[in-house]
Design a protein around this ligand. Structure first.
Ligand code: HEM
Length: 201
């Protein structure tokens, strides 16, 4: 990393740093005969990790995150996601690159859609497609053939210690095009970071 994590300007991502918890989640997932709705709770940890420089011309501020989601009905982890949010101040672009343990990876990009004043929420919207555009989904041969993610969209809205997200993953599965959706509201439960970016309770 080019700079100490503490000296970096994370732009709109600075409002995400910390540990967040939420128990109002709802997942709608594909089933062969329709869909399944699962209420859930989760933890997301966002840690600042400094800057990277690409091709000596682009500087990104990066925040690493880990999301662990549990089904309310049985407390089992049923979604586990790890990745990086990056902020390119020069082009005012936000991007997220992440992997889920189904052999699916996403690199989605977009803009800060709103942030008009100190009392307003920061709103980030990113999207990616399997076959079109600059931002893509990649997946294993099995997933491409049997549960292909065609498109992914995510929206985050956050202000102070409140974060709301919603996302749509369009999956070609069981002979149909399914809108797999997730949404939750979270509260920040820890914010302080040490010099290495580690979040302290
Ligand atoms: C809170 C977030 C998420 C939760 C709780 C969740 C949960 C689920 C559940 C319960 C299924 C059905 C699994 C089964 O029937 O065995 C599923 C399927 C799937 N999910 Fe997610 N998911 C989330 C986010 C994502 C994201 C971000 C992606 C990709 C960008 C994704 C891609 C898929 C795919 C491709 C399938 C089809 C596999 C299958 O049903 O066999 N999911 N997810």
């Amino acid at each position: 990393m080019a700079q100490e994590a503490t000296a970096v300007d994370y732009g709109p991502l600075s409002g995400l740093i910390g540990r967040w918890e939420g128990d109002k989640g709802l997942d709608v997932a594909p089933e062969p005969d329709g869909s399944e709705e699962s209420p859930y709770y989760e933890t997301i940890l966002f840690e600042p990790i400094g800057t990277v420089t690409n091709a000596e011309r682009q500087t990104l501020a990066a925040v690493r995150y880990h999301q662990v989601v549990r089904r309310k009905s049985d407390d089992e982890v049923f979604h586990n996601e790890t990745g990086y949010w990056c902020w390119d101040a020069a082009s005012r672009t936000v991007m997220v690159s992440f992997a889920i343990p189904r052999a699916v990876c996403v690199i989605a990009g977009g803009q800060v859609a709103g942030r008009s004043g100190p009392d307003e929420a920061t709103v980030i919207e990113v999207a990616a497609h399997a076959d079109e555009g600059d931002w893509r989904v990649i997946q294993s041969p099995f997933m491409s053939a049997n549960a292909r993610t065609i498109e992914f969209r995510r929206r985050l809205s956050y202000r102070e210690d409140s974060l709301i997200y919603s996302q749509t993953t369009i999956v070609d599965i069981y002979g149909k095009r399914f809108e797999h959706t997730d949404e939750n509201e979270l509260r920040r439960v820890a914010t302080t970071t040490d010099a290495s970016g580690t979040v302290r309770e």
